[in-house]
Design a protein. Structure first.
Length: 348
């Protein structure tokens, strides 16, 4: 998973990994993710949920103890989150570094696939990158032995793996993986850190199949920091579902399941819809807990500079345009919720 996880097991040494602490039970439900680094060590007491790595740190190499770790993960209760998720390594290497370079519209094992970017004829094209990603995913589905009982397949997107210098082609490879998993009737999510994701994938357009996928973000150093991370911006437009933190005492990566606000109403606007009139956002009741609300006024769907308060005074520039307000709610342990009001045309 993360590069630091590779140090969790010293070759030939058996680690006595700690069980979840009392602090775990006090906050959000916590899970544990394991993979090939734990093959030589004792597995920890299973948490509220578990995530298991399918690969051996490289997208084309299997985790040698996957079956054992899936059996261990099946003992989790699945509190709040699904009992067992899996994650797979991703990549889009240049031909010189690739163990498989598609030359047509078929996976490494011969499965015919259809890229939305046309036929795969040029190895430097988005179409061939898409086919490469689809091939990786179909290999994971067909050879890993993971059944449809897992909650989600997370795409592990890290700079430690091999990537093209083109973020557009990298995005196409991930879209190919999403298409294959979706065809196999599997749910998909994105795992990365914000910085690595941007460097590898770039800006994700709303037309991309990545756009609305849930996020699992790695950045926490304590459970508390991971819970606070829940309210941060997700990798794309999907919900931030999981956050990861490094338990340095047990030398294992743990995860927090981010909750969903149960009260997230659509905001309304009151006031006088004319130039010089004062508008007030009416957010309604959000919760549970002491939710922090942030406001952003928009003109024809675009942000208005410095218009970030609960009230907004209409300007001449607003005349004959549509004004709306977006309310963003954040709370520790909860993924952020964003709601937009109806827009109102300013006639005069």
């Amino acid at each position: 998973m993360r590069r630091r996880l590779l140090t969790a097991v010293v070759a030939g040494a058996v680690l006595a990994l700690a069980a979840p602490t009392a602090a775990d039970a006090a906050g959000r439900p916590t899970g544990i993710d394991v993979s090939f680094p734990q093959c030589d060590g004792a597995l920890p007491a299973v948490g509220d949920f578990a995530v298991v790595g399918v690969d051996d740190g490289v997208a084309t190499q299997p985790n040698p103890c996957l079956a054992t770790q899936l059996a261990w993960a099946a003992g989790s209760p699945g509190t709040v989150h699904s009992r067992v998720d899996v994650y797979v390594n991703t990549a889009n290497p240049d031909r010189a570094d690739a163990s498989f370079a598609p030359k047509g519209d078929a996976t490494k094992r011969g499965r015919k696939v259809t890229s939305p970017y046309g036929h795969c004829r040029d190895e430097t094209s988005r179409a061939c990158s898409w086919v490469y990603g689809a091939s990786l995913a179909w290999d994971d589905v067909e050879t890993s032995g993971v059944t449809g009982s897992v909650g989600r397949w997370w795409l592990d997107i890290e700079s430690i793996n091999s990537w093209s210098t083109s973020t557009t082609r990298n995005r196409a490879a991930l879209e190919g993986m999403v298409a294959a998993f979706t065809t196999a009737k599997q749910s998909v999510g994105l795992y990365s850190s914000a910085g690595e994701f941007h460097d590898i994938v770039g800006t994700v357009p709303s037309s991309s199949s990545l756009s609305k996928l849930p996020s699992w973000i790695a950045a926490g150093t304590t459970q508390g920091s991971a819970e606070r991370l829940c309210s941060h911006v997700p990798l794309t437009k999907g919900r931030l579902t999981l956050t990861q933190w490094r338990d340095t005492t047990a030398r294992i990566d743990r995860d927090v399941a981010c909750a969903v606000l149960t009260k997230a109403p659509k905001p309304k606007i009151s006031g006088h819809y004319r130039v010089g009139g004062k508008l007030t956002a009416k957010p309604g009741s959000w919760g549970p807990g002491s939710v922090h609300l942030a406001y952003r006024w928009t003109r024809d769907g675009r942000d208005i500079a410095k218009a970030t308060h609960k009230t907004y005074v209409l300007k001449k520039a607003d005349k004959r345009h549509r004004i709306a307000v977006t309310v963003t709610a954040t709370e520790t342990g909860y993924s952020r919720s964003v709601k937009k009001s109806a827009s109102h045309r300013i006639a005069s």
